[in-house]
Design a protein around this ligand. Structure first.
Ligand code: FES
Ligand code: FE
Length: 369
């Protein structure tokens, strides 16, 4: 943000530069944030501008993890490691499985007429909708690939896991390494099968046996607005008011993955999610209508039902956090809205609780990746 009239300084999503010039009146900042040039400094400001104290506002904390960069302006915020807590145990399995870390391709951006909580609610724990909302798309896709469609059943083994701090994910448990090798491979001939096999030893070294092939996290969200799916789609949901969200959609790939596989992974991902994705359209329509109808007079006085799986939580020794041993549960939505309420009521980080890290991190994958 420019210190003169608050204009946006950086408009490109990637690349690098030594200096950044504001497009409004031309104040220019170095890539360290110092104000290095002001048009008319002598003539119009009479040389009286306090240039040394008009650099860009620095972030209070800047940390990276597996190639992802997180920053905050809050001085009293916890470290990224504390903030992620036990969620990192699950994130590692996708983002920190290789020495190279990940890279994000994108973003595609669009604005949807829905509240950001609709989308986080969906990605953090809603397997329930997939059976009905995506039924026709999944049937069509199964038919075109010549594979069986997912069963129409509401009793499916799996674990909705709430690792604390408002984060959440679905954790599948694989019984054999072969199940792991099939991840993201649309059929047995997919080159991703070979790729998954080829990185197994590296994953084992970095993550230990449990996370290398036993646990398979799927839909996931880091509170409040970062979500991803195992097919590679990553979302940042930027609120643009109560009824509008700007979606930033990326595809994550292992940085060290061969280029042709990155392309295959990305194309597969785009076929399901993104502006032209087969499944994305179903979700957007539901979120828009939930958000619009939810703001009506009657809806505001009528609570939603969010009780699925309540009272069935347990401390699964294989999975850090609190789990409901069921594919279908709203444990994660409950924890997300509770966290959101906590944030809304807090005046500073001092009022916000941080769950301790309880996960055991086997292997060599560190926080910095
Ligand atoms: Fe940036 Fe004026 S707003 S130079
Ligand atoms: Fe969906």
């Amino acid at each position: 943000m420019c210190r003169h009239r608050g204009n946006r300084i950086v408009r490109a999503d990637d690349g690098n530069a030594k200096n950044f010039m504001c497009s409004y009146h031309g104040w220019t900042y170095s890539n360290e944030g110092k104000l290095v040039s002001v048009p008319g400094l002598q003539e119009a400001y009479y040389g009286e501008l306090d240039v040394d104290n008009l650099g860009l506002v620095p972030v209070a904390h800047l940390e990276s993890y597996a190639g992802l960069v997180f920053a905050t302006w809050a001085e009293d915020a916890p470290t990224l490691e504390e903030y992620l807590g036990d969620m990192r145990w699950y994130m590692d399995i996708w983002f920190n499985r290789r020495d190279s870390g990940v890279e994000l391709i994108g973003p595609d951006k669009w604005v949807g007429k829905f509240n950001w909580k609709n989308s986080t609610d969906n990605f953090i724990g809603d397997m329930y909708h997939a059976i009905l909302s995506h039924r026709s798309a999944l049937l069509a896709r199964a038919q075109s690939l010549g594979v069986p469609a997912a069963p129409l059943s509401y009793s499916r083994p799996g674990n909705q896991v709430s690792p604390g701090n408002g984060h959440g994910c679905f954790a599948g448990i694989y019984d054999t390494p072969e199940d792991y090798y099939r991840r993201n491979a649309v059929n047995e001939d997919s080159p991703l099968m070979e790729y998954n096999k080829s990185i197994y030893d590296e994953m084992l070294r970095r993550l230990g046996p449990s996370r290398a092939h036993r646990i398979g996290p799927e839909h996931s969200s880091v509170f409040p607005n970062m979500s991803w799916l195992p097919n590679g789609t990553v979302r940042i949901w930027h609120p643009r008011g109560a009824g509008e969200t700007e979606v930033w959609s990326f595809t994550f790939v292992d940085k060290a993955m061969p280029e042709e596989l990155k392309r295959l992974w990305r194309v597969q991902c785009m076929q399901s999610f993104g502006p032209s994705g087969l499944l994305e359209q179903d979700d957007m329509d539901n979120w828009r209508n939930s958000s619009e109808a939810g703001r009506s007079l009657v809806a505001r006085k009528t609570p939603n039902v969010i009780s699925m799986g309540a009272g069935h939580e347990w401390d699964n020794p294989e999975l850090p956090g609190l789990s409901v041993p069921n594919t279908f549960s709203e444990i994660n939505q409950r924890s997300m809205y509770k966290r959101w309420q906590e944030f809304m009521d807090a005046k500073s980080w001092g009022d916000i609780s941080i769950d301790p890290i309880t996960a055991t991190f086997e292997g060599t994958a560190t926080m910095k990746g």
